[in-house]
Design a protein around this ligand. Structure first.
Ligand code: KG4
Ligand code: ZN
Length: 348
């Protein structure tokens, strides 16, 4: 990993972050969707505190995230979450090395809250600001509590993306394939809704699937590019099946449908990831993103170990949105935004 040279926004002093430098303690914020989160991470791998304020209860009544409501809730939660993360880590802001936050992709109003809080801390305490890409951060969650080093293959499955990425070096990666329509998280959420499960659907569908027989229904697999995905046909097939079953018997076995759907989608995700590893001769695999919390996907990817692969799967709390992964990414990734955006004002 190359050393990053950053500058403080007020005194313009150089701050070095890297393996051969002193300890780097980064305060990180995440607010791209419906979680307001703050974490303090040492040297990209050690989480000193990890606080998450979830808005799930609020959005549950609407059946999905309402962007304007999300932004307002972030605003209400952000100061408390920062204070708690500092307290739990027993950390004084003066002792921090840098301040990081997600800058995209995400809901604009939500992103603005975390980003502005981080930039304000950066200016008040004269610490470098590090702006992070949320997707890179999901992958970097795998550096936490491990000794993972590139190269490796990543399967990134979240509520917004489904990608197979070849990670050549900390900041050098290539997307080998992605979805051409629905993303994996969206497919889980939509099928969950068809089955009458609450928001966020993926978690509830996963729980229900544990009680069902995955071989009850067979769904076909879409024919797309070698490492690409398409899940909209699968979603329609489940819709047709649910219509047919509920017409026959309103009390049909939903667990069997959930388990069969989960078997199909996780099978496709795991098979393509394995093929990508074989094609490019990569022996390390990581799982990332909210859908990485799925029990069956975890089992399938973990089973690669029997084929001689080294497998990394983040702890559940680092799969769905959190700030610890932002802190890890701020340490390891080089393609970051460091401009606090008030240069002229602060130097005037
Ligand atoms: O990464 P994430 O927290 O947010 C985004 O960056 O999008 O991912 C959220 C997605 C949602 O679609 C949610 O239903 C899904 O991850 N998810 C799951 C599970 N836990 C969360 N999907 C399947 N099984 C789970 N256990
Ligand atoms: Zn995410």
């Amino acid at each position: 990993m190359n050393t990053k040279s950053l500058r403080t926004p007020l005194s313009d002093k150089e701050v070095l972050i890297g393996e051969n430098e002193g300890d780097a303690i980064i305060l990180a914020l995440e607010s791209s969707c419906d979680e307001t989160a703050c974490a303090i991470v040492k040297n990209g791998r050690e989480v000193l505190s990890n606080v998450v304020a979830s808005q799930i209860k609020t959005h549950m009544q609407f059946g999905g995230v309402v962007p304007e409501v999300a932004a307002r809730e972030h605003l209400e939660a952000v100061n408390e979450v920062i204070a708690k993360a500092l307290e739990e880590a027993n950390m004084n802001p003066e002792n921090l090395t840098a301040i990081a936050s997600t800058v995209g992709p995400g809901l604009v109003g939500s992103l603005l809250v975390g980003m502005n809080a981080a930039k304000t801390l950066s200016l008040v305490y004269d610490k470098p600001f590090i702006g992070i890409n949320h997707l890179n951060a999901h992958v970097c969650a795998n550096y936490i509590d491990t000794d993972l080093k590139p190269p490796f293959m990543a399967l990134l499955v979240s509520g917004g993306h489904t990608q197979i990425i070849r990670i050549n070096d900390y900041s050098d990666s290539e997307i080998l394939g992605e979805t051409i329509d629905d993303v994996a998280g969206e497919a889980f959420d939509k099928v969950a809704r068809l089955l009458g499960l609450p928001y966020p659907g993926g978690v509830y569908l996963d729980k229900l699937a544990e009680e069902g027989n995955p071989n009850t229904y067979k769904f076909t697999k879409a024919h797309v590019g070698e490492f690409d995905f398409s899940f909209s046909g699968l979603k329609t097939a489940v819709l047709q099946l649910v219509k047919k079953l509920s017409a026959e018997n309103p009390d049909f076995n939903k667990a069997d449908v959930a388990a069969s759907f989960r078997e199909n989608i996780t099978g496709i995700l795991a098979d393509k990831t394995l093929k990508a590893c074989e094609k490019y001769g990569i022996k390390q695999v990581v799982l990332a993103g909210g859908v990485a919390a799925n029990s069956e996907l975890r089992r399938k990817i973990k089973s690669f170990e029997q084929k001689g692969y080294k497998v990394y799967i983040p702890a559940m709390k680092y799969c769905t949105d959190n700030a610890a992964m932002i802190g890890a990414c701020a340490y390891f990734h080089e393609n970051v935004i460091t401009d606090v955006g008030v240069e002229v004002f602060s130097r005037a």
